[in-house]
Design a protein around this ligand. Structure first.
Ligand SMILES: [Fe+2]
Length: 192
């Protein structure tokens, strides 16, 4: 991120440029990272979610684009901790309603495997593979603590849109179509 990026439009342009430069990477389920992001956001929008959930759905895998460990990182048994990488970058410009569901989206999957026995069976092969690397399903003590987190409800909803965004032929709006929503949620850090 350039030090000069200080207007919401500049910040969003740089985020979008990362998607345009690296979004062709495979998400691992017959969709690219960019398709997966757009589909997740579109499902959130179609569900009537508020802007912060739509934007979190759009940006939830931003961290996948920030590492250069390769598209087959999970196949090699490595957890890139992409949810933290993305959230740590994005928390400079977005509030917790956007950032925390992103930070929590891998743990939300672990939580739902505990909460809903059928959830695991519906996961894609790639999601099951990464689940194992991320620590496997939660157990009750961790799950009950997870439910207390302030952004828990939003995080679970973002997770469900993430799980839906794996359709090879789905038509979606473009990244630019989401720009007004994203820009409206950018918080400019106070000058030092
Ligand atoms: Fe995802």
């Amino acid at each position: 991120m350039k030090a000069s990026a200080c207007h919401p439009s500049e910040i969003v342009t740089e985020i979008f440029q990362t998607f345009l430069a690296k979004g062709h990477r495979s998400y691992g389920e017959d969709v690219t990272e960019l398709q997966h992001a757009l589909q997740s956001a579109t499902f959130a929008q179609q569900a009537g979610e508020p802007p912060e959930v739509i934007v979190a759905s759009l940006l939830h895998d931003y961290g996948h684009l920030l590492h250069d460990l390769g598209e087959d990182v999970a196949d090699r048994g490595i957890d890139a901790r992409h949810e933290r990488v993305g959230a740590n970058q994005l928390e400079r410009w977005f509030g917790p309603e956007v950032v925390e569901p992103i930070r929590m989206h891998a743990d939300s999957k672990r939580y739902l495997c505990w909460k809903e026995p059928a959830y695991f069976g519906d996961l894609s092969a790639a999601s099951r593979q990464s689940l194992a690397l991320q620590g496997g399903p939660m157990e009750a003590p961790e799950a009950l603590e997870f439910e207390k987190k302030p952004q828990f409800q939003r995080a679970i909803r973002v997770r469900r849109f993430d799980d839906l965004g794996k359709e090879p032929d789905m038509k979606t709006p473009t990244l630019e179509d989401f720009r007004p929503l994203v820009e409206a949620l950018v918080r400019i850090p106070a000058a030092a």
